[in-house]
Design a protein around this ligand. Structure first.
Ligand SMILES: Cc1cc2nc3c(=O)[nH]c(=O)nc-3n(C[C@H](O)[C@H](O)[C@H](O)COP(=O)(O)OP(=O)(O)OC[C@H]3O[C@@H](n4cnc5c(N)ncnc54)[C@H](O)[C@@H]3O)c2cc1C
Length: 396
């Protein structure tokens, strides 16, 4: 059986693994192999809503999100490819119980460079004339926000990495980590071949827990099935921005072709799922929730109708934030558990992974590696916002 060598092997060619490969290549580390069991972006990346916003109460995440905007905005120049980024703006609204933490969060976001501002209901009514805004108490607007296409973005990262010399193996499941003593020395593929490497980056998303369990790691990632609903609005919406409604707990954005993409932001109840065997079909329950929430928030859309839907899986950690961490096995770096919000930060995630590989630490003091360390769960020191909201606590 063939044996290959590389400086770095990346297991998983999703958004985060591809971004890591690209970031490594930009640091001059090109003896890298991405090993993907399907094709680039074919995992949960392909299901992403792609929403881009910086509204995080965790400063390191807000910094990662705002840094990532440069990549989204300049993708054409950087990759020579369209990544489907549509900078249509982002509006977030909260009810009265959340006004205080909301304003504190905005100030903290601005302190790390996020371009966000509080706006009044009149300004939001101009942006989303179809919305009933009566039960909101405060809004913010990010004009650099919008949405992108996560699949196209993963392809762009992988393409950019390949152009710099990174190798890509698709249709190649990794079945084993090679371990000698207390260090990882490479991977074994399903065809029996091996790739030895100084560093193995595991970026296997929803498949991570099962993948690392045989090596004694209990990775606290639950796989949660999440449905997305497409709505034909029955009217021309005009140039509306992404709207994150933290009162009724929904997000909506226009979809290419004129539909509205609806996501339910009520994540109190997790629906456990098997990433290799979940139903892709819309359920009555979510259909009803979408009809109710859209009908209430957008009463003027009297002709709106459900036009479709599908499901994907979130890889959810106990604090709803990712693990981007060197592991207690030398040479192993883990980047997983993006908990349904890994698109908007993906360019910065790749850079942090590259820093961990090369330096063992983050080179950006605003993004301390400590925040994302694997050990935080065992230490009962979760990564959570200093400005929690009532409801919608996750991902903020
Ligand atoms: C429905 C939905 C909506 C979302 N909406 C948003 C949003 O609006 N904004 C946002 O920021 N984020 C959003 N996200 C989250 C974001 O899309 C994900 O966090 C991100 O795409 C995950 O990328 P990943 O590389 O970690 O995982 P994946 O894309 O799943 O990649 C992991 C890869 O590992 C491969 N793999 C697994 N096991 C092996 C193995 N043994 N050998 C080789 N390869 C292997 C898989 O095939 C897969 O391609 C959403 C996610 C979903 C599901």
């Amino acid at each position: 059986m063939s044996t290959e060598t590389a400086d770095v092997v990346i297991v998983g060619g999703g958004l985060e693994g591809s971004s890591a490969a690209y970031a490594l290549s930009q640091l001059g580390i090109t003896d890298v192999v991405i090993v993907e069991r399907g094709t680039v972006g074919s995992g949960m990346t392909a299901k992403s809503s792609g929403i881009v916003r910086c509204h995080y109460g965790v400063p390191s995440l807000a910094a990662m999100a705002t840094d990532s905007l440069d990549t989204f905005e300049n993708a054409e120049e950087i990759f020579g490819a369209d990544i489907g980024f549509r900078q249509i703006g982002y509006v977030v609204g909260v009810g009265s119980p959340n006004v205080e933490p909301f304003r504190a969060s905005l100030a903290a976001q601005q302190a790390v460079g996020v371009l966000t501002e509080e706006v009044d209901a009149g300004a939001v009514a101009d942006l989303w004339p179809q919305a009933d805004l009566s039960d909101f108490a405060a809004f913010a607007y990010e004009k650099r926000g919008g949405y992108g296409d996560a699949y196209m973005t993963a392809q762009a990262f992988a393409g950019g990495a390949r152009a710099a010399g990174v190798r890509l193996r698709q249709q190649s499941p990794v079945v084993d980590l090679l371990v000698e003593g207390d260090r990882v020395t490479g991977v074994r593929l399903a065809d029996g071949s091996t790739i030895s490497a100084n560093t193995v980056v595991v970026a296997t998303g929803a498949w991570t827990r099962g993948f690392l369990a045989p090596f004694g790691f209990d990775i606290p990632i639950r796989v949660h099935r999440e449905e997305i609903v497409m709505v034909a609005p029955g009217a021309d919406l005009g140039p509306v921005p992404v709207f994150s409604d933290l009162v009724s707990l929904q997000y909506v954005r226009p979809e290419v072709g004129g539909d509205i993409l609806f996501g339910n932001s009520d994540l109190q109840q997790i629906e456990d799922a098997d990433p290799d065997g979940y139903s892709n079909r819309l359920t009555e329950t979510i259909r009803d929730i979408a009809v109710d929430k859209i009908g209430t928030r957008f009463p003027d859309l009297t002709e709106a109708a459900i036009s479709g839907g599908y499901a994907g899986c979130y890889d959810v950690t106990p604090d709803w934030n990712p693990i981007i961490s060197r592991m207690p096995l030398d040479g192993l770096v883990l980047a997983a558990g993006f908990s349904g919000h890994g698109f908007k930060i993906s360019p910065a995630v790749g850079r942090l992974i590259a820093d961990l590989v090369v330096e063992g630490r983050s080179r950006d003091p605003r993004i301390p590696e400590r925040d994302f360390r694997f050990e935080r769960f065992a230490e009962n020191d979760p990564l959570t916002t200093a400005f929690p909201y009532v409801g919608a606590g996750e991902m903020r």
